[in-house]
Design a protein around this ligand. Structure first.
Ligand SMILES: *[C@@H]1O[C@H](CO)[C@@H](O)[C@H](O)[C@H]1NC(C)=O
Ligand SMILES: *[C@@H]1O[C@H](CO)[C@@H](O)[C@H](O)[C@H]1NC(C)=O
Ligand SMILES: *[C@@H]1O[C@H](CO)[C@@H](O)[C@H](O)[C@H]1NC(C)=O
Ligand SMILES: CC(=O)N[C@H]1CO[C@H](CO)[C@@H](O)[C@@H]1O
Length: 445
């Protein structure tokens, strides 16, 4: 088997059976991520400068080869639903624009979670949440975002109607995009896609392409600072409450904890009514009985994470509706230090903001946790694990399902070893996002 087919197999995912292949693919993925990483740090000092220049010159070469046209645009409908559905929708719009070799016109996101009542959608500009310039610089050569003011002639718009329903298959959708590319739609400065939300568009792209787009999504400073405040509050509460108690002992490498920030575990606890109704339906429809976890099951499994004892700090990321319900903090082992937004005293930070920003802050808090435990059927949990997996890959972690790695993640809805939750990492070589992002109990550990 030659090198090329080996790589190819690695990325198309399904039948990787040779160890050598696996290694090669891994090396390749690491290289891709390293290449992606470099533009992240424009201000390297000292001897690293040379290294950076090298990488820059080679990446600017590939820019001209693969760069996206800046004078042709794609417009998509307003992006709706939960934060992470919106991120997926946005990535899908970006990748569609990339396929058509066009700049994506910066779309509106939705600040509220209502999606049936259109008048309650509360459009919010993408750049109120994510840093527009950072996005374009991090994603340079891959995808590009433009502003409506970049368009020279608004009259030249080609409207493209996306199909929907069961007859609108993945193949038809892909054919439509190919035709658009081949037909002389290039005469049109703008292609406007009309119809359903990008989240519902068919998924034609590999996980690593989505991951690239997600990596370019950096919160605007204001929101990032709020998230940093919450994280430092968690660590601060933990270290002051913990003083004088047992030192923390977990399976995670918390060595020298006195010199490092106080570690915490974040649990994305989905037990609110809407979710329970949704997940029960999902269980019936898919005949998988591992989707819903009761609060008791979550508590039980989280406490089983090998070695977790003493005064571990646990941050519960829960829906606002559960903040009034004091029972979510009860039933845990003595000694565990449990917090949610209210008990932590950070509700004032959150409550200033609409749904989307609240959720973005919580996402960041979970992302930075030393240990994350979520539900493998939740897009929120899934994108967090995807980013944590990338973070591990960048750090050169190879056996990330082992017990002794930094940034471990778990799925509490799946029973793992010794009564605990299953270790969880994202299969970065999957050929589409659907396989990993929603509706799966296959979590590759
Ligand atoms: C996009 O178009 C530009 C200009 O025509 C071309 O140089 C570039 O290779 C194209 N990119 C892709 C990904 O096709
Ligand atoms: C985004 O929302 C604003 C209202 O907040 C609206 O004026 C604007 O036209 C919308 N832009 C797009 C591209 O839909
Ligand atoms: C592309 O052109 C062909 C032939 O002119 C036409 O039948 C088809 O509908 C066009 N496709 C799209 C997506 O406009
Ligand atoms: C950086 C740092 O604080 N390192 C400490 C880690 O723990 C050892 C043993 O307790 C100390 O000697 C180091 O100074």
């Amino acid at each position: 088997m030659d090198l090329w087919s080996c790589k190819h197999m690695g990325f198309s995912g399904r039948h990787m059976n040779s160890l050598a292949c696996r290694c090669l693919s891994f090396v390749f993925i690491v290289l891709v991520f390293r290449a992606l990483m470099f533009p992240t740090f424009p201000n390297f000092g000292g001897f690293q400068q040379n290294n950076l220049l090298l990488v820059h010159s080679s990446s600017s070469q590939s820019d001209s080869e693969f760069g996206v046209r800046k004078d042709k645009f794609l417009e998509v409908p307003q992006i709706v639903w939960g934060l992470n559905n919106q991120k997926i929708a946005f990535a899908r719009a970006c990748l569609t624009a990339r396929m058509l070799n066009r700049t994506l016109l910066m779309p509106n996101l939705s600040a509220s979670l209502f999606y049936k009542e259109v008048e309650l959608l509360q459009p919010i500009s993408f750049d109120k949440i994510f840093n527009f310039e950072r996005f374009n610089s991090l994603c340079k050569g891959f995808v590009h975002l433009g502003r409506f003011s970049d368009i020279s002639n608004r009259a030249r718009v080609f409207e493209l109607q996306k199909g929907s329903g069961r007859k609108w298959t993945v193949e038809r959708d892909l054919n439509q995009l190919r035709q658009i590319k081949e037909n002389s739609t290039d005469d049109f400065e703008v292609i406007r896609i009309v119809g359903k939300n990008p989240f519902m568009w068919h998924d034609h792209w590999p996980v690593k392409d989505y991951a690239k787009v997600f990596e370019c999504l950096v919160l605007v400073d204001e929101i990032a600072e709020e998230a940093a405040k919450v994280v430092s509050k968690i660590r601060e509460m933990g270290s002051s409450t913990r003083r004088g108690r047992d030192t923390l002992r977990t399976n995670v490498d918390f060595k020298n904890s006195s010199s490092q920030p106080t570690p915490y575990v974040a649990v994305h606890m989905r037990v609110e009514k809407d979710w329970m109704i949704h997940c029960k339906k999902l269980e019936q429809r898919s005949s998988i009985n591992q989707i819903c976890s009761s609060k008791e099951e979550i508590v039980e499994r989280v406490q089983h994470i090998v070695g977790m004892r003493g005064s571990t700090i646990i941050y519960l990321a829960v829906a606002d509706s559960l903040l009034e319900d004091s029972s979510i903090l009860s039933g845990w082992n003595e000694g565990l230090l449990l917090f949610e937004k209210k008990k932590l005293g950070v509700w004032d930070i959150y409550k200033k903001y609409p749904y989307l920003i609240k959720s973005a802050i919580d996402y960041e808090v979970c992302l930075r946790a030393d240990v994350f435990v979520g539900n493998s059927f939740s897009t929120f949990s899934n994108l967090i694990v995807l980013e944590r997996t990338q973070k591990m890959i960048r750090m050169g972690v190879t056996r990330s399902c082992g017990l002794d790695v930094r940034w471990p993640s778990y799925a509490y809805n799946i029973l793992g070893e010794s009564g605990g939750p299953q270790r969880w990492m994202t299969e970065m070589s999957d050929s589409n996002l659907q396989a990993i992002s929603y509706g799966t109990n296959n979590i590759s550990c």
